[in-house]
Design a protein around this ligand. Structure first.
Ligand SMILES: *[C@@H]1O[C@H](CO)[C@@H](O)[C@H](O)[C@H]1NC(C)=O
Ligand SMILES: *[C@@H]1O[C@H](CO)[C@@H](O)[C@H](O)[C@H]1NC(C)=O
Ligand SMILES: *[C@@H]1O[C@H](CO)[C@@H](O)[C@H](O)[C@H]1NC(C)=O
Ligand SMILES: *[C@@H]1O[C@H](CO)[C@@H](O)[C@H](O)[C@H]1NC(C)=O
Length: 212
């Protein structure tokens, strides 16, 4: 009994040290940025299917945006102001990753929306920023990772190769499964700041209609 308690104490203490080294000011090892939690449902060449649980995001719609790059900058600028206190309670939030740009095809071109995951309840945005709070239901997302800068001239190629990787029969727990994509939109997730020139991590995301 007593030994078990001591072990739990030691475990808690170690967790505390680890947290301190990530988040402690001054002596912090890295500037840890939080990302939304998920569970890997399936992993196959060129694709991973993840289950994201209920999450809150703050989103900046960029209606009639002409380019991915411009729309991402425009949306991110508004999100940046929001997390620096331009909201109903003047609450400041830490930046999270990824910065997620969702591209929805419309009869006239594309609509963009730039989103950031919120680790706590989002304050009501100030109206001039034209932001929306989106509450995600738990759902599966198929994801392909790519490096370099995500730009107008490569994102569609990444989305297409994700589509090809998904057009297969997968084996999951001894069963053959196929998945259906939600073709109405896809997203590009960026994890590094624009000043990071190498070792960049990006992902193409597409929603899966029913989790396998
Ligand atoms: C994206 O846009 C920003 C500003 O709008 C610009 O500084 C940057 O060079 C652009 N990047 C690419 C790859 O076009
Ligand atoms: C597409 O453009 C036309 C002409 O500019 C406009 O009347 C129509 O409402 C637009 N459709 C959408 C879905 O934005
Ligand atoms: C899965 O598909 C393979 C190849 O088509 C087939 O040989 C196998 O019998 C299938 N397995 C099940 C459990 O249906
Ligand atoms: C870019 O972001 C990813 C994901 O957070 C991280 O693993 C990687 O180390 C970052 N790259 C650099 C060069 O910092």
């Amino acid at each position: 009994m007593a030994e078990g308690c001591a072990q739990i104490l030691v475990a808690n203490f170690l967790t505390f040290i680890v947290l301190l080294s990530f988040y402690g000011s001054g002596g912090g090892l890295v500037n840890a940025t939080e990302s939304p939690p998920y569970t890997v449902v399936l992993s196959a060449p060129g694709v991973e299917i993840r289950l994201y649980h209920e999450l809150s995001w703050i989103s900046a719609p960029v209606v009639g945006g002409t380019s991915f790059n411009k729309s991402t900058h425009d949306g991110f600028h508004r999100l940046y102001q929001y997390i620096h206190g331009v909201n109903e309670d003047n609450t400041k939030y830490k930046i999270t990753t990824p910065i997620l740009t969702t591209i929805t095809s419309t009869p006239n071109g594309s609509d963009f929306s730039v989103s950031m995951y919120m680790t706590s309840k989002p304050s009501i945005p100030s109206p001039q920023l034209n932001l929306q709070i989106s509450n995600w239901k738990s759902h599966c997302i198929a994801i392909a990772t790519f490096s370099g800068f995500a730009q107008d001239d490569n994102i569609y190629k990444e989305r297409s190769s994700l589509h090809l990787s998904l057009a297969k029969t997968f084996t999951l727990h001894g069963k053959n499964v196929t998945v259906s994509e939600d073709k109405s939109s896809y997203s590009i997730a960026q994890y590094n700041s624009s000043s990071t020139l190498s070792g960049r991590v990006n992902e193409a995301w597409v929603n899966i209609l029913a989790c396998p």
